[in-house]
Write a protein that binds this ligand. Structure first.
Ligand code: B12
Length: 245
C-alpha cells in the first residue's frame, strides 16, 4: 500500500467506526503540493496575508485536505428549519473533535514512517475582529483540487458543501491531486441559482460575490447562547448541499 492509500484508509475507517458515523458520508480527500505556485499568489488573490505551507513546516512537501460531508440524516433534519437545529450544533461539535482526532492519528502514522507534520484546528484559528484566518482550509482544499468556491463562499465538493474540513502539512511527498477547471457552483456555472442568498437569515451574501462576514458573525454570535445553538446551516442548504454540479 502506498502512503496515500494508507492515509485514505485510516481516515475512512475512523469515520466509519465513529459512534456518530450516521452523520457522515464518504470523506473527500485531496493532496496539494506545498510548492504549488498558487501558494505564492494567495496573499494577492485573497487580499489577506496567508501562511505559506513552507512557513508552517520546514521542508514541507504536501498539504493534505479532508472534507467530511454530512449525511442526509443531518440534511433532512435541518432542511426547512428557520433556526439552528440541535442536530447541526451536535454535528458541529462532534465533527470538530473527530477532525482533530483524525489529524492526530494521521500525524502518528506519518511519524512512525519518519515524517514530520503540523496541523491547525478546524476552527477558532482566526482573528475575531477581522473574522479572517491566516490558514484557510477552504483555500487549501481548492488548491488540492477537491472543490471550488460557491456563491455561498463555502467549499463545494463533488459531495456538496454541507460538512466540515481540516488540513495538515507534511514533509512526506504524496502525488498532488489533479485540479480541474470545473466549477461546482450552479451560480458560477449559469448565474441562475441564488438559493444561498435567499436562505441566509442575516442577508450577508450578495450576488456580486461578496459576503459581509461581520453581519454573518453577528447573527451567529447573537443566537449562540447555548452549546446546542452553534453555527447556522442556512447557506449550505441549497441544491449544492449534498452534491456539486
Ligand atoms: C473566519 C471563519 C468564519 C467567519 C467568516 C466567514 C467568511 N466567509 O470569511 C464567520 C464566523 C462569519 C464564519 C461563518 C461560517 N462558517 Co466559518 N470559518 C472561518 C474560518 C475559521 C476561517 C476562514 C478564513 O478566514 N479563511 C481565510 C480567508 C482569507 O479565505 P477564505 O474566506 O477561506 O476563502 C476565500 C479566499 O480563499 C478567496 N479566493 C479568492 N480567489 C481565490 C483564488 C484561489 C486560487 C484560492 C485558493 C482562494 C481564493 O475566496 C474564498 C471565498 O471567499 C474557517 C476555518 C479555517 N481556518 O479555514 C471556518 C470555515 C470556513 N467555516 C465553515 C462554516 C461551515 C461556517 C458556517 C456555515 C457556520 C457554521 N459552522 O455553522 C458559516 C458560513 C459563512 C459563509 N457563508 O462563509 C467551514 C466551511 C465548510 C465549507 N463547506 O466550506 C470552515 C472551513 C470550518 C471547517 N473546519 O469546516 N466562519
Amino acid at each position: 500500500m502506498t502512503l496515500e492509500e494508507e492515509i485514505r484508509e485510516l481516515i475512512c475507517v475512523m469515520v466509519k467506526n465513529h459512534p456518530k458515523s450516521a452523520y457522515y458520508r464518504e470523506p473527500v480527500i485531496g493532496f496539494a503540493s506545498a510548492s504549488d505556485p498558487l501558494y505564492d499568489q494567495l496573499d494577492e488573490l485573497i487580499g489577506n496575508p496567508q501562511i505559506h505551507p513552507k512557513d508552517m513546516l520546514d521542508g514541507a512537501q504536501t498539504v493534505l485536505v479532508l472534507f467530511l460531508p454530512y449525511s442526509e440524516v443531518i440534511y433532512k433534519d435541518i432542511k426547512g428549519e428557520c433556526k439552528t437545529s440541535s442536530v447541526w450544533s451536535d454535528a458541529y461539535m462532534h465533527t470538530n473533535e473527530l477532525l482533530d482526532h483524525i489529524m492526530r492519528q494521521v500525524q502518528n502514522l506519518l511519524e512512525m514512517k519518519g515524517y514530520h507534520s503540523v496541523t491547525e484546528p478546524p476552527t477558532e484559528n482566526f482573528d475575531h475582529v477581522s473574522k479572517t484566518a491566516r490558514w484557510g482550509h477552504k483555500s487549501n482544499a481548492v488548491i488540492a483540487g477537491i472543490g471550488t468556491f460557491g456563491l455561498n463562499h463555502l467549499l463545494i465538493t463533488k459531495r456538496g458543501c454541507l460538512g466540515r474540513m481540516n488540513s495538515l502539512v507534511t514533509d512526506a511527498y504524496i502525488t498532488p491531486t489533479r485540479r480541474t477547471d470545473h466549477q461546482y457552483c450552479l451560480f458560477h456555472q449559469n448565474g441562475k441559482c441564488k438559493a444561498c442568498i435567499m436562505n441566509c437569515p442575516s442577508g450577508a451574501i450578495s450576488p456580486d460575490g461578496t459576503i459581509d462576514k461581520k453581519r454573518c458573525a453577528a447573527y451567529l454570535e447573537g443566537k449562540n447562547i447555548h452549546d446546542w445553538q452553534q453555527g447556522c446551516p442556512q447557506c449550505s442548504l441549497g441544491p449544492c448541499a449534498l452534491k456539486g454540479f
